[in-house]
Design a protein around this ligand. Structure first.
Ligand code: ADP
Length: 638
């Protein structure tokens, strides 16, 4: 079977009940003698539909296999009974002689004398010709369904009313246009055809269809040549050539070929891209063409057969519909000739395309993208959370700094009375020294040595007042923590200096036990001064109820066993009550009428921020000890 065509209509329909009833009646009426002639719906499982497939060519032609398989598949999907298949390969393309035809008729009549067919498929124009010519001789009353018959051949035939099917149009012209689209610089077209009647019919088609291009292009007809000569010719085509292979079933030397063989040899030898009209040739080396698929052809024919089985007239069921054709290319050949996919008409099917990574791992890729997406969302969420957290931490720190500063100012407020006194002392001394100096200057002779001494005292007093003011100023200041190496002993002395007049006023004695030669700690001077000042003030307040002589505390510095330094304030107050001792550092924990309960909590957060610890223990005899441990400055000696 060879020959065929293009545009088709999709003949999909469903078997209506009415049609199904008609089919049952038809099957009963046309059943073979082996059938029970009085069959009814109840006997449906026994119904057999006998289908004969009559092919023009021999059985090895790939197209025959494709069509017969497709017919079977489609029939089985829609037929109401069991199907029995019979096949005859007439091989009339190679053996067209009248004697052979007569022998075939005799053989088939004998062979099927007792078999009655329900449908005869005629596949190819010779098979159709044979079926309608001999249907009476062969006592075939079954409808004849044809496919694989070129539109032009059909037009030349006179079909009886029990014949119907699908016409094919293998479109050489649209195939040529595809070639020109892919190779716009083409100047020469080599048209390849063989020597069989079938091949020569193709040559006629080419002469007819390509006429429009004769002026524009150089058409080289390579027809009925011995294969060797043909291949030699094809190997030396001029530049900008394209080969259109139509059919070589027989060469000029009488050698017979299947289309796949001759097209394969042509494609291997030619120095230009080869295009063809049969989709069975894709894969042997041709670039592509405008093609029907043989699967489509089989499916369309089977659907017409089913409609006829259901009661439609064969000629009405078909009305010579044409098959749909497609642009089909071999992707490997596009690459071989450097042809751009962009020039292909829309909807072109590219076969033999290497599957892309996407085709191979679509599932995995989608899963990966989903995982990445979820991960990115999670990361984004975490980043947003983190930013919020940082902002909250910053704000909390700001708030804490504010409170710390306010607490410091509050303490200084408590000290202010004593500090005023502290400042008054040097100022009064300066005043009286200045008056004394004036008096000395009024005397003659002036005792200059005395005046010098007085002026030096004034200077010292002024320095003292300045220091008090500086210390106060530092503590009043608000600012960022400034970590630097600090001498703990010096720090404690400074604070005691600041609190000196307050301690005198409160009648509180201090003893110090500073361990000399301690390495520096690392800390913020103002904040640590605030801690110590707080502890000193608390100690004073704890001892308010003591007799005057009993008001004293001790400040000591030392190394602790863990490579840190300790600063301990030991008082002689009542100690911390058991119910308070575990909560004393919590904010707003106070036993004082006007207390805020913030001092110790601030002290602890300052010390903790320095990497240290603040804890309290009650002394064995009386009072409490507040112990500050601070890490040594990295550059200092432990
Ligand atoms: P405030 O002094 O405003 O009450 P603090 O946080 O400084 O806030 O102190 C909290 C509480 O801890 C005090 O009210 C007091 O009961 C107790 N306390 C602090 N220092 C001592 C001490 N040296 N001896 C006994 N109790 C103390």
């Amino acid at each position: 079977m060879k020959g065929v065509g293009t545009k088709a209509i999709d003949v999909r329909w469903s078997l209506s009940l009415r049609r199904f009833a008609a089919l049952v009646v038809w099957v009963c009426a046309s059943a073979a003698p082996a059938f029970d002639p009085g069959c009814a719906m109840a006997q449906a499982p026994d119904h057999r539909l006998r289908v004969l497939m009559l092919f023009s060519n021999d059985s090895l032609l790939p197209a025959n296999q494709l069509v017969s398989n497709s017919i079977k598949t489609s029939l089985e999907a829609g037929a109401p009974g069991r199907l029995e298949y019979f096949t005859e390969y007439l091989d009339m393309v190679r053996f067209p002689e009248a004697e052979q035809e007569a022998r075939l008729v005799g053989f088939i009549r004998e062979k099927y004398a007792r078999t009655r067919f329900d449908t005869v498929f005629a596949l190819g124009s010779q098979a159709l010709d044979f079926a309608i010519k001999y249907q009476a001789t062969l006592s075939w009353d079954a409808p004849v369904i044809y496919a694989g018959v070129r539109e032009e051949s059909l037009r030349a035939m006179k079909l009886p009313s029990n014949a119907g099917g699908i016409a094919s149009r293998f479109d050489a012209l649209t195939t040529l246009e595809l070639a020109l689209r892919l190779l716009p610089d083409t100047q020469h077209i080599a048209v390849v055809t063989g020597a069989s009647n079938f091949d020569r019919a193709w040559e006629d088609v080419a002469h007819d269809k390509f006429k429009a291009y004769e002026k524009r292009l150089n058409l080289i007809y390579l027809s009925a040549m011995p294969m060797q000569d043909l291949l030699r010719e094809l190997a030396h085509l001029p530049q900008h050539s394209v080969v259109i292979y139509l059919s070589v079933l027989e060469d000029g030397a009488g050698a017979q070929f299947y289309g796949t063989d001759s097209a394969g040899q042509v494609a291997a030898a030619a120095n230009a891209p080869v295009f063809a009209v049969y989709d069975t040739l894709l894969g042997v080396g041709i670039v592509g063409g405008y093609m029907n698929t043989f699967e489509d052809m089989g499916e369309a024919a089977a659907k017409i057969a089913l409609r006829v089985l259901a009661g439609e007239r064969p000629d009405a069921a078909s009305s010579r519909v044409l098959q749909t054709a497609y642009f089909v290319v071999d992707w490997r050949q596009l690459r071989r000739w450097g042809l751009s996919e962009a020039n292909l008409p829309a909807g072109t099917t590219a076969r033999f395309k290497d599957p892309s990574l996407w085709d191979l791992y679509r599932g995995q890729i989608i899963a990966l993208i989903a995982v990445l997406l979820v991960q990115s969302l999670l990361i984004m969420g975490l980043l947003i959370q983190d930013r919020k957290r940082r902002r909250a931490v910053l704000e909390a720190k700001k708030g804490r700094d504010e409170v710390t500063h306010l607490a410091r100012v509050a303490i200084l407020g408590e000290l202010s009375g004593a500090l005023a006194h502290e400042l008054n002392q040097p100022l009064t001394a300066i005043l009286s020294n200045a008056q004394a100096a004036q008096r000395l200057l009024a005397k003659t002779p002036v005792d200059l040595d005395e005046v010098r001494e007085i002026l030096s005292d004034i200077g010292d007093d002024d320095k003292r007042a300045g220091e008090v003011i500086n210390r106060l100023h530092a503590l009043m200041k608000k600012g960022e923590a400034n970590l630097r190496p600090l001498d703990l002993n010096g720090l404690a002395k400074d604070v005691l200096e600041l609190a000196r007049s307050e301690l005198i006023e409160r009648n509180v004695a201090v003893t110090t036990r500073f361990t000399p030669g301690l390495p520096d700690i690392r800390g913020d001077l103002v904040q640590l001064q605030q801690v110590l000042l707080n502890l000193i003030m608390n100690a004073c307040e704890a001892m308010v109820g003591n007799a005057d002589a009993d008001r004293s505390f001790e400040i000591s510095t030392a190394r602790d066993g863990n490579g840190r330094q300790q600063l301990v304030v030991v008082d002689r107050g009542p100690g911390v009550s058991p119910e308070l001792i575990n909560r004393i550092f919590e904010p707003f924990m106070t036993t004082k009428t006007h207390g805020l309960g913030l001092g110790l909590s601030i002290c602890r957060s300052i010390v903790t921020a320095h990497g240290g610890q603040l804890r309290v223990v009650n002394n064995p005899d009386r009072g409490a000890s507040f112990i500050v441990s601070l890490p040594i400055h990295a550059g200092g000696q432990a």
